[in-house]
Write a protein that binds this ligand. Structure first.
Ligand code: BGC
Length: 782
């Protein structure tokens, strides 16, 4: 057992009825396909921590409050809406409502199954007056029919004949409790949905609503199959915010009542209420035609295929094995069927960060999808492409050329009300272009290159061209921006930003040569691409000669050091306990920034520089963001601190299962979960993808005996199996492929497996972390 979960390779089981842990388990047990998200609430609706049913992109708008406004401040915020809840199935056992706060849970467990893609529950409940029933439920959000969810709900009396009444609901405008000053918590919306239509007949009901300001429309529909021996009495009704099917039946011992609920959602900014109602009804018919067993079979087949391309096996740490599969499962859930929508920082598992997407998506999540489910990566990038006009408008409002993608958003419009860590974080535009370049290299998708990639790269290159300038010495500077580390802001020549912009400029110029017609349609000339190349060639990358390290931005290494020794542990995260003005002027790093540059632009640093920079930044980095541990792990592994990398691996993978940031209730940290893949593949597998080729430099920490991962690249699927002495590369299907192993070319051909040795490393002592901020030691000592 670990933190309430039973350790097991392919599932996550919770055996306890710890009602205090409900909010946490609701996020962890959330089901999603990237389009619909259902939190793992108990079917009976109460007790409940944070109720949540989300549709990707469905949001309400609200004015952003400024005590003192300023030119160019975004006017409207966006918040994800908790939509009509269709998960609710209430049960009355001979007049007594099943409510886990009363009576006794004789048995209770819940299981999230990574292969069936379902959440199961098994409860034996004794009512306060001593009647016992067994309730078994299973639910899924379909990967194959993206508008569809289904719930199987079975009740069996364990004593005498008993009267059971089941109420299956669609409930809109559920009350939500949230009063918090933590900026990472969502703005609370009261009654966001206005009823437009409701309908009920037989076992079927629909509710249609619209948001007040964003004017988005949503339809939710349910239908049921009921199985019992006899004597069923049913009623259905629908009013504005509630549709309810009620079924009453007397069930003898040894018999049972089985309800299968099919649930469909649709939303649109344009479609009328009747059109949307027709859409969900059609999806519902499709789901019922497939049937419960059919939906289960489709779900399993989809996941079998996913695991055949994406599984990671870890020998030597059973808890991490489970955590990594949990992580991959949730990354898939966040991104699988979003289809031209964003991947929010919390996926669809909770209201945290208002449901916004950040650079998390392109920089952390999309690399995983690119090498495992490339279509999903493409669709997420298409979303960025559909928002180009908003990004162009934003750049124009800021007096810049090209397109400035928003720091945080649901629909593509900037929603950050704090410009030093929002608008100024221009690196997000280079991050988007980097994800595009990676996707193109991994797939060779020419349609996407022509139809979407060229415009994204050209417009982001134009942004850098207008944001930077050549100084008197000819260097190209990008001043007044914020890099990944949010404890520094509005700095000059942030190394990460400059190196990512450099790649963006070069790749844009190269792409325009490959796609001359698409480039010409965007008005690109040879002179323009020449200015991009020259800016890239002259890009300023500050270096502190005296210390022999890269300052993460100009003058950073001259700042006073943060007083870590006198910072109490309960004052972390620092952003909730110290003023930004003080954080900004000191050497304290919230999350990997220069270290991030050394991962994504590792081609711009020598091995010696990497080692010295890691030693310099480790003692300054407090990891107040969950986006840090995985990147620190990758660089620690590269420079030879394998035990430290292993500790960070565990931190990234267990961020949510161990609730390391004490906020999993608001949703999972999808970037950190994706980071677990990053550590396995790029950390211990040493995978890098600079310059359109794949290289590996595998090396395991002493604690692991074997690590195996799979990837897809240009239509080939292959596996890399690493042990302490060597690595095996095996082509699983597709054309032959050449990669590199510690610098040496290895060609993978069908039917053969290539083994290469791994040279042992000289052990070096790892640098310390800030006082009290060392990761939990997973290995006894370094
Ligand atoms: C991090 C950002 C991240 C955001 C959403 C913040 O705490 O500093 O880098 O994009 O969380 O995950």
């Amino acid at each position: 057992m670990s933190h309430g979960f039973q350790v097991s390779p392919w599932e996550l089981r919770w055996n306890d009825l710890d009602l205090g842990a409900l909010e946490r388990t609701e996020a962890i047990f959330a089901l999603s396909n990237g389009h619909i998200g259902l939190r793992g609430t108990l079917e009976e609706g109460e007790p409940c921590g944070v109720p949540g049913t989300y549709l990707n992109g469905f949001h309400e708008q609200h004015p952003l409050p400024y005590a003192e406004g300023g030119y160019g401040y975004p006017e409207d915020g966006q918040t994800v809406v908790n939509v009509t809840d269709g998960k609710i199935i209430r049960l009355l056992v001979q007049d007594e409502p099943l409510d886990m706060r009363y009576g006794r849970a004789v048995e209770h467990h819940r299981v999230l199954d990574f292969r069936s893609g379902t959440l199961r529950r098994d409860t034996v409940w004794e009512s306060p007056t001593g009647r016992r029933v067994r309730v078994r439920t299973e639910r899924l959000v379909s990967f194959t029919q993206r508008a569809v969810c289904a719930i199987r709900y079975e009740i069996e009396p364990l004593d005498d004949r008993i009267q059971l009444v089941v109420q299956s609901d669609l409930l809109a405008n559920e009350p939500i409790d949230s009063q918090s000053k933590d900026p990472r918590v969502a703005a609370t919306l009261n009654n966001p949905l206005v009823a437009e239509d409701s309908f009920a007949e037989d076992y079927h009901a629909v509710l249609v609503h619209q948001t007040r300001k964003s004017k988005l429309r949503i339809a939710a529909a349910m239908d049921h199959e009921l199985e019992t021996d006899d004597g069923l009495r049913c009623e259905i009704s629908a009013e504005e915010d509630l549709a309810r099917l009620t079924a009453a039946v007397d069930v003898p011992r040894g018999s049972r009542l089985r309800v299968t609920k099919y649930l469909c959602y649709g939303w649109s900014a344009r479609r009328s209420a009747p059109a949307l109602r027709a859409q969900v009804d059609a999806a519902l018919s499709g789901a019922m035609q497939t049937g419960w067993d059919g939906l289960l079979a489709e779900q399993r087949a989809y996941l079998d295929d996913f695991w055949a391309t994406a599984d990671i096996e870890i020998d030597g740490d059973a808890e991490l094995q489970q955590a990594v599969r949990f992580a991959l499962f949730h990354v898939l859930q966040a991104g699988a069927r979003g289809e031209s929508r964003a991947v929010p920082a919390k996926g669809l598992t909770g209201p945290g960060y208002d449901g916004h997407s950040f650079w998390d998506s392109e920089t952390f999540v999309l690399p995983v999808l690119t090498y495992t489910v490339p279509e999903a990566a493409r669709d997420a990038l298409r979303w960025r492409h559909t928002t180009l006009d908003k990004a162009r408008e934003r750049a124009a409002a800021l007096g810049l050329g090209g397109a400035a993608f928003p720091w945080r958003s649901i629909n593509g419009a900037e929603c950050s009300a704090y410009w030093p860590a929002g608008t100024a974080a221009f690196h997000v535009s280079a991050d988007v272009s980097d994800a595009v370049v990676r996707y193109l290299a991994a797939t060779g998708d020419e349609d996407f290159e022509r139809d979407a990639a060229t415009a994204i790269l050209v417009e982001t290159a134009r942004l850098w061209s207008s944001l930077g300038h050549h100084d008197m010495h000819g260097g190209f500077r990008i001043d007044g921006v914020t890099g990944p580390d949010e404890y520094s802001a509005v700095v000059d020549n942030n190394v990460y930003t400059n190196l990512m912009a450099q790649r963006n400029l070069r790749e844009a110029a190269a792409l325009c040569e490959r796609q001359p017609a698409a480039a010409a349609a965007l008005g690109v000339t040879a002179d323009e691409t020449a200015t991009w190349r020259s800016a890239a060639d002259k890009m300023v990358v500050p270096y502190d000669e005296m210390l022999g390290v890269h300052p993460q931005s100009e003058r950073f290494t001259e700042h006073a050091r943060w007083d870590f020794e006198n910072t109490p542990q309960d004052h972390y995260p620092l952003l909730l306990n110290y003023p930004y003005f003080d954080l900004y002027r000191k050497q304290v790093v919230k999350q990997a920034d220069l270290v991030m540059a050394m991962y994504l632009r590792g081609d711009a640093f020598s091995p010696e520089q990497k080692a010295r920079n890691v030693d310099y930044y480790e003692p300054l980095t407090v990891r107040d963001s969950s986006l840090s541990a995985c990147v620190q792990a990758v660089l620690a592994a590269e420079v030879g601190y394998l035990d430290l990398a292993y500790d960070y691996f565990a931190e990234a993978a267990l961020t949510d299962l161990h609730d390391l940031h004490s906020n999993v209730r608001n949703g999972l940290h999808i970037a950190s979960l994706a980071g677990a893949w990053t550590v396995a593949v790029a950390g211990f597998g040493g995978m890098r993808d600079h310059d359109r080729s794949l290289t590996f430099a595998p090396r395991l920490p002493p604690a692991l005996t074997r690590l195996a991962f799979r990837m897809t690249y240009r239509g080939s699927r292959f596996s890399v199996e690493v042990d302490q002495e060597g690595a095996n590369y095996t082509l699983l299907d597709g054309p032959a492929l050449t990669v590199r192993h510690h610098g040496e070319e290895v060609t993978l051909t069908p039917g053969s497996s290539e083994r290469r040795p791994i040279a042992a490393l000289e052990p070096r002592e790892a640098p310390p972390q800030p006082h009290g901020r060392a990761p939990h030691r997973r290995t006894p000592k370094y």
